[in-house]
Design a protein around this ligand. Structure first.
Ligand code: SAH
Length: 261
């Protein structure tokens, strides 16, 4: 892609521009386009993916932190009109764009803020029925991992509490400019029908995070700070390690702790 020559990639912004048009199109095509009329692309760079979004029957908005990329987009994608936001996705109040409307998220994301992108999405899940895009492969795999797997952790449980997560395909470093050091992976998150937990959500988050901080220990040990009663600690679930628990078992665990004492 000749476009890529215009802007020198800024490493601290996680800039790795995709130069393979087929992959860009394939990522854009992962969106189902149902249950929302708007899509927000995070980090469009020079618009390799944006171009394919603009062909679809949906309103595309882009949020990009880099001034140079924003100027490039303004010049080359008049169809985006006033839907280019020169902002930090993590800090920007998205209700300024969407009010209380639904929207999908897509992107070849900046890998340095992958977890924060996921956490912000989870926080705003009431408005985000679908989320699709590219992370570094290891992170994409981790988000989609199931219990019992070595890479199953906080990101897997918190994401899958609200979304069905599917790892779609792997993308090699050679299709980026400059090439990253790692493989990339594309995933698709589809919000579950019920995205409210049947337990105290704050407590659920706290238990998942605390449990995985010491992933080799049994929950009886890692959850000591919760001051559990002896009676509760005798429950077999506390003899397990966090990576053995499915999302629904974490919900059960939260309910047990909530009702303790
Ligand atoms: N989507 C483009 C660029 C991917 S590189 C492509 O596939 O070629 C990641 C992009 O995210 C860069 O353009 C970078 O400037 C942008 N970015 C980095 N941090 C950001 C943030 N906090 N908010 C919005 N965009 C960000």
């Amino acid at each position: 892609m000749a476009n890529n020559q215009h802007v020198r990639a800024k490493k601290h912004l996680g800039q790795h521009f995709l130069k393979d048009e087929n992959i860009a199109k394939k990522i854009a095509d992962t969106l189902s386009l149902s249950s929302y009329e708007d899509v927000l692309e995070i980090g469009p760079g020079m618009g390799v993916l944006t171009k394919y979004l603009l062909e679809k029957n949906i309103t595309t908005h882009v949020i990009e932190i880099d001034t140079e990329s924003v100027s490039y987009l303004e010049e080359n994608y008049p169809k985006l009109a006033d839907r280019i936001y020169e902002q930090d996705f993590l800090k920007y109040d998205l209700s300024q764009i969407f009010q209380d409307k639904n929207f999908a998220i897509i992107g070849n994301f900046p890998y340095n803020i992958s977890s924060q992108i996921i956490f912000k999405t989870i926080e705003m899940r009431h408005q985000i029925p679908e989320f699709s895009g590219m992370f570094q492969k290891e992170v994409a795999k981790r988000i989609c991992a199931k219990e019992g797997s070595k890479i199953y952790g906080i990101l897997s449980v918190l994401t899958q509490a609200f979304y069905d997560a599917e790892y779609l395909f792997t993308v090699p470093p050679t299709v980026f400019n400059p090439p990253p050091k790692v493989d990339s992976g594309v995933l698709l998150l589809k919000r579950k029908e019920s995205y409210q937990l049947p337990c105290d959500e704050k407590l659920f988050f706290k238990i998942v995070k605390t449990g995985f901080q010491q992933r080799r220990k049994t929950l009886r040990n890692s959850l000591k700070t919760f001051n559990l009663s002896d009676n509760l600690k005798a429950n077999a679930i506390f003899g397990q390690r966090p990576e053995q628990l499915s999302v629904s078992e974490f919900i059960k665990l939260t309910t047990l702790i909530q009702n303790d004492h």
